[in-house]
Design a protein around this ligand. Structure first.
Ligand code: FES
Length: 495
């Protein structure tokens, strides 16, 4: 009874907690992910018990057996703390992409704060509005990850009665990040701009998630949301305008609106594409006259969710692969033993296996085996390669259908911007060789965190830019096009 101490190795953290505290409520802050939201079905929240004990219930035991985990492992989502313990936490070093790139702006007085509210990660930047210099940066894991890694889990958690808690968690986390950036300064921001996908916008705003849970996913109020500091409990601010920028469609949020602003796509003469391979796999194609966008089902494979050894870009993930002669060499985040493979390396792996003729153009493993070795114990199974093929086909078909709807051929797209943290680590040569995008290497630009760049651009605008972009942007449902299935199937081929 009473209180217990939890020591986290190798972080060197000590937490004092009440008896019976669920580990899921604590460990998400330290990088442990709960991809299935604690249902016990993904096996990815495992931690190693170095000292002390955590009792295992019968249902927990059957899950440990199912995942063939050793006796000293536990699924953190199934555990209550009943005595002082030491745990080894391995998923602790997420790559969170901030941004320092230049952009055009009209100098103003004061400071502003740009916020990229991602499904997994949060980034805030304090910006000097006189020169666009970054004065401070804060990054954090989104505390909602304890309700699951993907958007479906968060929507489900909202439907299960956790919306108020998720809203509270995210407002508190971002408020804390902003307050840390302002500590020791005399600044009070004139303006705070938040961008994020539609689910994140609705959770932040405390809006019902039900419209996003079932077909036709029609959401009424996608527009700009404005808050006062007292609405959010951010009482350390005075007279600050706080805006969550509008979403474009049910699954295309203001992070993509910001991406359109960041790439300048809306003012270009020539057709340009923006691809974000993150959670929703959003695609935008357009120019100064017309823009069309859609989300695809590509995200989960690139986030490692449906792969047998898939993981996010955290410590132990193979982040890239290259071919040295006939030998595959890997880079592992944190320079440790590889524990899994993340999205950028998945593209590398498929491109290399194709080149080595270990897989065929339909993704079939040539040896007839069920798996192919990548590095040490890390393998891709036949199912993993098919998952990649589905994701690849969704992106390639999306670009084709959006182009057709603009009345152009994909060859008329003059530049392709790849957005998002994961996009930054992609090997473009490998991307091309899988056939995901059909262009030449010189036309592909890795643009980093376009959501954050766009949020900073919005700090300098007077409210006209987003209506201008939205006025020429159409959001479409790819599956609604009669030719979708045929094009999708035709793209399920490598090379
Ligand atoms: S098994 Fe999925 S979060 Fe624990």
């Amino acid at each position: 009874m009473g209180q217990h101490t939890i020591r986290l190795h190798p972080l060197g953290k000590e937490l004092v907690v009440n008896d019976q505290t669920p580990l899921i409520d604590l460990l998400h802050e330290y990088g442990v992910e709960f991809p299935c939201g604690g249902k016990g079905t993904c096996g990815k929240c495992q931690v190693k018990l170095l000292k002390g004990d955590i009792p295992v219930s019968a249902s927990h035991r059957s899950k440990l057996d199912h995942f063939k985990l050793p006796d000293d492992c536990r699924l953190a989502c199934q555990c209550l703390c009943t005595e002082s313990i030491t745990l080894q936490v391995e998923q602790y070093n997420h790559l969170i992409l901030a941004d320092e790139s230049d952009f055009e702006f009209e100098p103003q007085s004061g400071v502003g704060v740009a916020v990229d509210l991602g499904t997994t990660t949060l980034v805030t930047q304090l910006v000097d509005l006189s020169n666009a210099k970054i004065l401070a940066v804060e990054t954090l894991l989104n505390p909602q990850v304890k309700y699951g890694a993907d958007l479906i889990s968060r929507i489900q958690a909202g439907l299960d009665g956790h919306l108020t808690e998720m809203t509270h968690l995210i407002r508190t986390a971002i408020g804390k990040m902003i307050s840390i950036m302002l500590t020791g300064t005399n600044h009070n921001p004139n303006k705070i701009v938040l961008v994020g996908n539609t689910v994140m916008q609705r959770i932040f705003s405390g809006n019902d998630l039900a419209p996003l849970s079932c077909y036709p996913f029609h959401v009424e109020d996608l527009g700009l949301k404005s808050f006062s500091s007292s609405d959010l409990g951010w009482d350390f601010l005075a007279d600050t305008t706080i805006l969550f920028y509008p979403s474009i469609g049910s699954f295309v949020g203001s992070d993509i609106l910001a991406g359109i602003a960041a790439t300048g796509l809306y003012k270009k003469e020539k057709y340009t594409a923006l691809i974000d391979l993150g959670t929703n796999g959003e695609i935008v194609v357009g120019n100064k006259d017309q823009i069309i966008c859609a989300s695809t089902a590509a995200g989960p494979a690139f986030e490692g969710a449906n792969l047998s050894m898939g993981m996010r870009a955290t410590t132990g993930a193979i982040s890239s692969l290259r071919l040295a002669g006939t030998k595959i060499e890997s880079s592992v985040i944190g320079k440790t033993e590889p524990k899994g493979i993340c999205g950028s390396a998945l593209i590398d792996a498929v491109a290399i296996l194709l080149k080595l003729e270990q897989i065929g153009m339909f993704g079939e493993i040539g040896s007839g085996e069920e798996r192919v070795q990548i590095d040490g114990p890390i393998c891709l199974t036949q199912k993993d390669i098919y998952e990649f093929l589905l994701a690849k086909a969704a992106i390639a078909a999306g670009i084709t259908i959006l182009s057709k709807n603009l009345g152009i051929d994909t060859s008329e797209i003059s530049e392709i911007y790849i957005a998002g943290g994961f996009g930054n680590y992609i090997n473009t040569e490998h991307l091309l060789s899988t056939g995901m995008v059909e262009t030449t290497e010189d036309k592909i630009h890795k643009m980093g965190n376009t959501a954050l760049i766009g949020a900073k651009i919005f700090l300098f605008e007077n409210g006209e830019l987003s209506p201008k972009i939205l006025g020429k942007t159409r959001h479409v449902n790819l599956e609604g096009f009669p030719e979708f299935q045929d094009i999708y199937i035709s793209k399920m081929i490598l090379g």
